[in-house]
Write a new protein. Structure first.
Length: 207
């Protein structure tokens, strides 16, 4: 199958997606603890890569003193996130070509955004993360665990396509380390009852 135009898909579902996921961190104590620890140690500037229309991870970290903005491939997503959080900066960008100079970022957060790349493009994404992070900068990434890919041609009851790449934790660590980053923490947890039934993977890494 051809990989769908994810920017178009997210443009179409942005409002529904935001309604469903805006408050999801409330029910995710593990994620909150991880984000709290990240906020306590990272120094800006930080980019939330694939911020989504709710911009909720960006908001959560900003409320904990992190100098953070968000980027997303979808113009509709960025517009909605900016309208929801007018005090924060959001812009359209591809995670394989971040709007950041070499070695300029103190941190990158990528919650369930890299999943939208075909498997063969994952190394390029992590190489781009390495480029943008300054020495000592920290990546925090979350992904769905599994093998192969998942796809759907009807998303939020709309005629738009969705596709995602699943990885297992050793593969994710290998990809990150292959880009020149040093993995400092790795975690895996089962899904909460309200989540899609995949294992959840989290990795912290530094340049």
């Amino acid at each position: 199958m051809d990989w769908p135009d994810l920017a178009h898909s997210y443009d179409a579902v942005a409002a529904d997606y935001a309604k469903q996921f805006a408050g999801e961190l409330t029910g995710k104590p593990f994620d909150r603890d991880l984000l709290d620890a990240y906020a306590a140690t990272v120094t800006g500037p930080v980019l939330d890569v694939g911020c989504g229309p709710a911009g909720h991870v960006t908001r959560y970290l900003a409320d904990r003193g992190v100098a953070i903005g968000g980027v997303d491939l979808s113009p509709g997503v960025v517009e909605l996130a900016a309208d929801t959080h007018p005090d924060l900066h959001f812009e359209v960008a591809d995670l394989r070509a971040l709007p950041a100079a070499d070695a300029s970022l103190g941190g990158l957060v990528a919650f369930y955004s890299v999943i939208h790349l075909p498997r063969e493009q994952l190394p390029a994404a992590f190489t781009e993360f390495h480029r943008a992070l300054r020495p000592g900068g920290t990546l925090l990434i979350a992904m769905h665990g599994g093998t192969g890919e998942v796809s759907a041609d009807n998303w939020f009851d709309l005629d738009v396509s969705f596709r995602a790449t699943l990885v297992e934790l050793p593969e994710l660590v290998q990809l990150i380390e292959g880009a020149g980053l040093t993995v400092t923490e790795r975690h895996e947890r089962p899904p909460y009852s309200f989540e899609h039934p995949t294992q959840r993977l989290y990795v912290l890494a530094t340049r």
